[in-house]
Design a protein around this ligand. Structure first.
Ligand SMILES: [Zn+2]
Length: 313
C-alpha cells in the first residue's frame, strides 16, 4: 500500500464510517501504540479513522487505569490538582469562546470531566449555573466530588432521571467513541429545547502533521484511543444524519509555539521550558492566532443544535 494514494484493496471491504464512500487512502501504517493499526483517510469527507478499531473487550481493558497509563505520556509527574490547573488555563486562554458557549445556560452536563478544569471554569464565572459531570475514572470521580461536592458527579446518563441540560459538552471525548451516531443520538436525549451540544476534538489539519509534516509527531499523536480524526465536512454529515445542524466551529490551539519549536528541533515529546523562556506572551499568542486563522490548530470545537430547536414552530 502507498500512503496518500486511494487504494482499491479497500474497495468493498471497508467504507468510510461517516459518508460510506469507498474511496479510501492509507494515511499511515502503524501508530503510537500499535504497529498493526492503520490510519485510513476518506477522500470524500476527509475523515481519518483507525483500522481496525479496538475490540470492545480490548477497549474495556484499555480504559482500566486509563489516567495512570496516560501519565507515561507526560514529561513530568502531574497530580490531579496540577492537571485541573493546566486544563483551566486552556479555558481561560480561550475565555471568550467558552463564555459565549456557557452564557445563558442554566444547566450544563459535561461528559468526561477528567480532572475538572471545565467545572472549575464554570464555577468561577457562572456560580449560579448547575453543572453535572459524568466521569468513568474512579480516581477522578473522588477528586471531582472533593472539589465540587458529592452531587457534582453521576455515573451515567441513566442517573439523570430524564433531567435535561441547556448545554451538553464533551471535550476530548467524541474521538474516543466507537459509535459516533449512537453517541450524538443519546446526547440529543439529554438536551432541553433550544439546547446545544459542544464537542472538542483533535483537528485533522494540525500544523505539526501537515504544515511541518513531522513524521515523529504523527507517530506520537495517532493512537489506539482516537478512533476518528474529524473534519468540518465529516461533522456536517454526522449532524445531518442524526438530526442536528452545525451552528459553528471554533478553532483553538492547545500547545504553543514553544512546544512546536521543541518538536521541530528534537522530534520527540520533552520538557520545552527552554523554548518558553525566550518567547514573549505576545509572540506565543500571535502564533496561536495565526494557526487559528489558518485552521491549522491541534483542536477544534463543533457546536451542534438539534434540528427541532432551530425551526420555527
Ligand atoms: Zn467519508
Amino acid at each position: 500500500m502507498t500512503p496518500g494514494q486511494p487504494n482499491d484493496d479497500f474497495a468493498g471491504i471497508e467504507a468510510c464510517p461517516v459518508c460510506a464512500a469507498h474511496t479510501l487512502a492509507l494515511f499511515m501504517s502503524g501508530i503510537f501504540d500499535s504497529e498493526t493499526t492503520h490510519v485510513m483517510e476518506c477522500m470524500k469527507c476527509g475523515l481519518q479513522f483507525l483500522s481496525p478499531l479496538m475490540s470492545e473487550q480490548e477497549e474495556e481493558a484499555y480504559y482500566e487505569g486509563y489516567y495512570r497509563k496516560q501519565a507515561s505520556r507526560h514529561f513530568k509527574a502531574m497530580n490531579l490538582a496540577d492537571l485541573q490547573e493546566r486544563s483551566l488555563r486552556h479555558y481561560e486562554q480561550y475565555r471568550s469562546n467558552y463564555l459565549e458557549l456557557v452564557s445563558g445556560a442554566k444547566t450544563i452536563l459535561e461528559i468526561g470531566s477528567g480532572s475538572g478544569g471545565f467545572l472549575r471554569f464554570v464555577r468561577n464565572h457562572f456560580p449560579e449555573t448547575k453543572i453535572t459531570a459524568i466521569e468513568r475514572c474512579e480516581e477522578n470521580v473522588a477528586f471531582l466530588r472533593a472539589c465540587f461536592g458529592e452531587d457534582s458527579v453521576v455515573a451515567g446518563v441513566d442517573e439523570l432521571r430524564g433531567q435535561k441540560a441547556d448545554l451538553v459538552v464533551a471535550f476530548g471525548v467524541f474521538e474516543h467513541v466507537r459509535d459516533s451516531r449512537g453517541f450524538l443520538a443519546a446526547m440529543r436525549g439529554c438536551l432541553a429545547p433550544g439546547g446545544k451540544l459542544a464537542l472538542n476534538v483533535p483537528n485533522k489539519n494540525n500544523a505539526l502533521v501537515y504544515a511541518y509534516a513531522l513524521n515523529e509527531f504523527k507517530a506520537f499523536s495517532y493512537m489506539k484511543q482516537h478512533y476518528y480524526t474529524f473534519t468540518e465536512q465529516s461533522f456536517e454529515l454526522l449532524a445531518a444524519q442524526t438530526g442536528y445542524v452545525v451552528s459553528g466551529f471554533k478553532y483553538m490551539q492547545v500547545w504553543g509555539l514553544d512546544n512546536h519549536l521543541s518538536w521541530l528541533r528534537y522530534r520527540k515529546p520533552r520538557d520545552f521550558s527552554d523554548m518558553s523562556e525566550f518567547l514573549s506572551q505576545q509572540t506565543l499568542a500571535s502564533y496561536d492566532q495565526d494557526l487559528i486563522a489558518g485552521k491549522l490548530t491541534d483542536m477544534f470545537m463543533a457546536v451542534l443544535a438539534p434540528v427541532q430547536s432551530i425551526e420555527t414552530p
